[in-house]
Design a protein around this ligand. Sequence first.
Ligand SMILES: Cc1cc2nc3c(=O)[nH]c(=O)nc-3n(C[C@H](O)[C@H](O)[C@H](O)COP(=O)(O)O)c2cc1C
Length: 332
Amino acid sequence: MSFLNPNQTTLVLAPMEGVMDAPMRALIADLGGFDYGVSEFVRVGQGVVTAQQILRDIPDLYGPVFGSAKLPLQLQLLGDSPELMAATAIEGCIAGARAIDINFGCPAPTILRRSGGAALLRTPCAITEIVSAVRTALPAVIPVSAKIRLGWEDPNEVDVIARAVEDGGANWITIHARTKQEGYRPGVHWDAVARVKARLSIPVVANGDLFTAEEVARCAAETGCTHFMIGRGILKNPFLAHDIRASQSLPALRADIPAQLSNRLRLGIERYAALTRDQAANSGFIPSRVKQWVGMVRDISDDVPRDVSREVLTAVKRARTTSELLDLIHRP
Ligand SMILES: Cc1cc2nc3c(=O)[nH]c(=O)nc-3n(C[C@H](O)[C@H](O)[C@H](O)COP(=O)(O)O)c2cc1C
């Protein structure tokens, strides 16, 4: 199973807790274009999280559960105890993980209160200890990476934080080019990523506001990065990874991609409902996820009515089950 190849352009599907779950990943795997994905975080709190518990939350860690397309999936852990993180990483491998990522970027208040995620950006020594414990616990064939923000409030903090990740023995680092305090405010600091990349000896995956192939090209030019992680952009354009591949003259993976964004989104929603139909035909889960998906597109885009046709919006609004959603979407 391959994850990040230092010598090749790599497109990584970002973790998005509550959005990018097993059914959604099945859709992205089906549409293709990504090299691997990172799971939503597993919170390592008071005790070791067992393989069974991990698989309950991330059933596709062991293999595809909706459809048959495969997307290598890296398991992400979040916690502040080196011992528990290391023991849970081993459980993760029992559950099927072939790569582990450690979350040092989550800004959610519930996580920060318990000193995990972005809270650790303020204690780089703790970052080194956690990465080192996880790295040491696993065989070398299992890559261990870390995902950080630039810092707590100053983008320049990234120099020390990234060095702490490297010192812990991580195989690569993903940098969301904002500080914790910046939340999701528009604007990312590619200059800070460029500086860190020049100083580190491990590969850097650039992340943040990569919504179009042009933005990826700009990021590549400004940072020198060849590895990119895409989150919200895939919700607006489910074929974004293909656009990026085409713009970088990488081999095309499929020929049947609709030109218009609205048709891309429509096709994405249809495939999503179809892939999960057997398991969730009469449940409201998928329609509510599609509503959330369209809502998030609305958050990052002013032109939702143009991006999603009126019929699809109406279908999404009315449908209560996957079957209804499919019927309404297909109604002329
Ligand atoms: C709803 C949501 C959930 C997220 N969950 C996670 C998570 O579980 N782990 C993580 O490392 N980052 C998480 N992130 C952050 C994303 O992985 C990514 O770093 C961020 O959205 C910036 O990338 P983008 O501009 O391409 O979306 C989440 C982001 C969103 C919007």
